[in-house]
Design a protein around this ligand. Structure first.
Ligand SMILES: Cc1cc2nc3c(=O)[nH]c(=O)nc-3n(C[C@H](O)[C@H](O)[C@H](O)COP(=O)(O)OP(=O)(O)OC[C@H]3O[C@@H](n4cnc5c(N)ncnc54)[C@H](O)[C@@H]3O)c2cc1C
Length: 457
């Protein structure tokens, strides 16, 4: 009987899973394999919030496989060595996995292909598993990738998506293949106290609820910080507990301006992936440089630390940074504001912020994180690289009553109304009782510094 291996990576689901369907095609045995590879951790994956979410995902995947007569096989070590070892143990002739775009994933894929072929086995890499449209599937005439979102989105929208694949009913796993114990969420230390739950079951529950009540008002409410009216599907899309093809198809079926606006955001994921696939160096280097001489030294580090701790003296910035610590997730408007504040107002290197985010975000993702940071720093794909988001104006617009700030900054919880966004306007006695800090820099000073640095003064 033929045996195939499915190497799960960023696709931790059974529904709409092309590598799994392909492996089952011949009707033989399948080894659903996940490798805990220390090199993945060293490459930046190993943040406690993501490890805890991963533990949920692996347990749920194993439960789903057991319901179908199978089980998940977990191995620890170098991915290439472990896949080849399992292939030898089970005499598998095919290995299926999802295509990925990071430099790390590309090297891993090349090494795996070479090692398997040397043993007379074949590697099949599947696309449209972790993106709706594959990187490179649409490109402008004169380049290998789109550098601007709007024309990309036009072409992306015109692509016909493949059909959603059924979840397999039966999966037969060879008896002889051993597995290491699955990790437990509780074993991970340093996890954010309000971290959400992972796993395909939870992802599908959230998505169904979102389509039922949420997506319709997305267009008008997605920037409402206190309303928290976005889908919160990002960790599920990152870990692949939801299929982007299915998400886009079902949202389109739901229809309406809300669903359209939501699908447009999902397209940003694919956009960033096609940029990173073409320019893997953009994970660490400016995509479009302004030759910034970012601040460094003692004062710069003190400002960075105030930003990390949520003690900049700008309540909306601090609220968002504290949400990140508490939940391992931050509202998109908060991400934009805090990134603008770090890179434009404090004039600190986007990599400082990107690194800190990746240490905490449960959806922390090299393509989305680094390229959104670059977008806000003006070194990426934004066509207006010098835009600055004023945290007070933004706060009044997107948190008009101050409820978001009061939720996350307990020192200011008793200050009613929009004045909470400008605590320096409060009577000195009232403010000093709160223990809330003075602004680290005035907005005018920050703006002047940026203009001088970018030669626009
Ligand atoms: C500085 C910065 C860092 C970011 N880092 C990450 C990251 O590490 N991982 C991540 O998934 N997103 C990142 N984003 C994008 C965005 O903030 C999150 O995807 C979004 O807030 C997740 O919440 P949601 O699922 O409720 O999104 P929704 O608003 O419900 O959007 C639906 C989905 O579309 C995708 N999406 C939405 N906005 C963007 C965007 N700007 N770029 C790419 N995809 C998007 C996400 O997969 C999201 O789940 C970052 C944005 C900024 C400004």
């Amino acid at each position: 009987m033929q045996t195939s291996i499915v190497v799960f990576t960023c696709d931790l689901r059974l529904s709409d899973h092309p590598p799994l369907r392909a492996a089952l095609h011949g009707g033989g045995r399948v080894v659903p394999l996940f490798v805990r590879d220390p090199a993945v951790d060293r490459a930046g994956f190993a943040a406690p919030n993501r490890l805890a979410f991963l533990a949920d995902c692996l347990r749920d995947l194993d439960t789903g496989l057991r319901k179908r007569g199978g089980r998940l096989v977990l191995r620890e070590g170098d991915t290439v060595t472990e896949v080849c070892r399992v292939a030898a143990e089970t005499d598998a002739d095919e290995v299926h996995m999802t295509g990925d775009t990071s430099a790390f994933a590309c090297v891993r894929e090349r090494r795996l292909r070479r090692a398997l072929e040397a043993d007379g086995r074949r590697l099949y890499v599947h696309d449209t598993v972790s993106t709706a449209v594959a990187p490179g599937a649409v490109a402008p005439v004169s380049s290998d990738h789109f550098a601007v979102f709007t024309p990309y989105y036009r072409r992306w929208s015109g692509q016909s998506l493949r059909d959603v694949l059924d979840t397999p009913r039966v999966i037969t796993v060879p008896d002889e293949v051993a597995s290491a114990p699955l990790p437990e969420r509780g074993e991970v230390s340093g996890v954010s106290p309000k971290l959400c739950a992972g796993g395909e079951t939870e992802g599908r529950r959230r998505f169904t609820a979102w389509l039922r009540s949420g997506v319709q008002t997305y267009e008008t409410r997605h920037d409402d910080l206190a309303g928290d009216a976005t889908s919160r599907l990002s960790p599920h899309l990152h870990f692949g507990t939801l299929s982007p093809v299915e998400v886009v198809r079902r949202a389109r079926e739901a229809g309406g301006v809300g669903a359209e606006a939501f699908v447009r955001q999902v397209a940003w994921r694919d956009f960033n992936r096609q940029v990173l696939a073409a320019r893997p160096d953009a994970a660490a280097r400016d995509y479009r440089t302004h030759r910034d001489q970012w601040r460094d030294g003692k004062d710069a580090e003190a400002d960075a630390e105030a930003w990390r701790e949520g003690r900049t003296g700008y309540p909306v910035v601090d609220a968002a940074m504290r949400q990140l610590r508490q939940e391992g997730w931050m509202h998109n408007r908060g991400r934009l504001l805090t990134a603008s504040f770090l890179t434009k107002t404090l004039y600190l290197d986007w990599r400082v912020g990107a690194r800190y985010f990746l240490g905490l975000l449960v959806d922390g993702d090299v393509a989305n994180n680094q390229l959104n940071w670059q977008w806000m720093a003006g070194t990426g794909t934004d066509t207006r690289p010098n835009r600055v988001l004023n945290p007070v104006i933004q706060a009044k617009r997107h948190d008009p009553d101050g409820a978001y700030v009061r939720r996350w900054v307990p020192e200011l919880a008793d200050i009613e109304g929009a004045v909470v966004h400008e605590p320096w306007k409060l009577p000195a006695r009232e403010l000093s009782g709160t223990g809330y800090p003075e602004p680290v820099v005035s907005l005018a000073e920050g703006l002047d510094r940026l203009k001088r640095a970018r030669g626009r003064a």
